[in-house]
Design a protein around this ligand. Structure first.
Ligand SMILES: C[S@@+](CC[C@H](N)C(=O)[O-])C[C@H]1O[C@@H](n2cnc3c(N)ncnc32)[C@H](O)[C@@H]1O
Length: 212
C-alpha cells in the first residue's frame, strides 16, 4: 500500500513537531520493518501519538483494538491509559503476536494490554461492555461488521476510530475489493445517526465516530 495523501515533506514536518516515540517504540518500528511482511501496516509515530492523545482526551479506561500486528498502536494507546486501565487487542497472526509479546513485556504499559488471538468478530462476541475507545485496524472487508459489533459495547460519549479510511485516496473511485469495502464502510457511518463523525486526512485517513 502506497500512502500519498500528504506530501512526504509535510508528513515529515508534522512528525518532527509531534511528541516523539520512546526508544522502545523506535526499536519496535525498526524490528517490524526489518523482519515482518507489510511493515507499513504499523501506524507510525504521528498517528500513534494522535491515538495516544485521543485516549487521554476521552479519559478512556478501557480500549479495544481490532488489528494488533506487532503492537505499535497498542503500546501507544496503552501509554495514554491511566494506571489500572485496560487495552484488549485482537489478531490472528502468530508471528506478529510473538513480536508484540516481547515488546509488551519490556514496556511499563504492557501490563495494561491483553492479547486475544483469533478472528476478531469471534473475540468481540465474548467481550463485555464498556469500551471507551475502539480502534478498528484489521481486515477491511469486515469494517462494517466490526463497527456494528462494537457499537453496542461503547457508551454514549465513547469513540470509534477506523484506520485507512481514505485507503491512499482510492475511496473516491473505488475499484478493487478493499477500496469498495472501505468506501461502503465510510458511507455506512456517514448515514448513521447514532454517531457524530469526522474524517481526517491523517496518514491514510482516520474516521472518528463519537457515539451520541
Ligand atoms: C493494519 S495491521 C494492524 C496494525 C496495528 N494496528 C499497528 O498500527 O501497529 C492489521 C492486522 O489485522 C490482523 N487481522 C487480519 N484479519 C483479522 C481478523 N479477522 N481478526 C483479527 N485480526 C485480523 C492482521 O493479522 C494484521 O496484523
Amino acid at each position: 500500500m502506497m500512502i500519498t495523501l500528504v506530501s512526504p515533506a509535510i508528513e515529515e514536518y508534522a512528525r518532527l513537531h509531534t511528541e516523539a516515540p520512546d526508544a522502545l517504540l523506535d526499536q519496535l518500528y525498526d524490528e517490524t520493518h526489518a523482519t515482518m511482511q507489510f511493515p507499513q501496516m504499523l501506524v507510525g509515530a504521528l498517528e500513534g501519538a494522535f491515538l495516544r492523545m485521543l485516549v487521554r482526551l476521552t479519559r478512556a479506561r478501557r480500549v479495544l483494538e481490532i488489528g494488533m500486528f506487532t503492537g505499535y498502536s497498542a503500546l501507544m494507546m496503552a501509554a495514554g491509559l491511566p494506571a489500572g486501565g485496560q487495552l484488549i487487542t485482537c489478531d490472528i497472526n502468530p508471528a506478529a503476536e510473538a513480536v508484540a509479546r516481547r515488546y509488551f513485556a519490556r514496556s511499563p504499559h504492557g501490563e495494561k494490554i491483553q492479547i486475544r488471538m483469533g478472528p476478531a468478530l469471534e473475540t468481540i462476541a465474548t467481550l463485555a461492555a464498556p469500551f471507551d475507545l475502539v480502534f478498528i485496524d484489521a481486515d477491511k472487508a469486515n469494517y462494517v461488521n466490526y463497527y456494528e459489533a462494537v457499537l453496542p459495547l461503547v457508551p454514549a460519549g465513547g469513540l470509534i476510530v477506523a484506520d485507512n479510511a481514505l485507503w491512499s485516496g482510492h475511496v473516491v473511485d473505488p475499484r478493487e475489493p478493499e477500496s469498495r469495502a472501505i468506501a461502503a464502510f465510510n458511507d455506512h457511518v456517514a448515514r448513521d445517526g447514532r454517531v457524530d463523525k469526522v474524517m481526517l486526512t491523517v496518514r491514510d485517513g482516520m474516521l472518528l465516530a463519537l457515539k451520541r
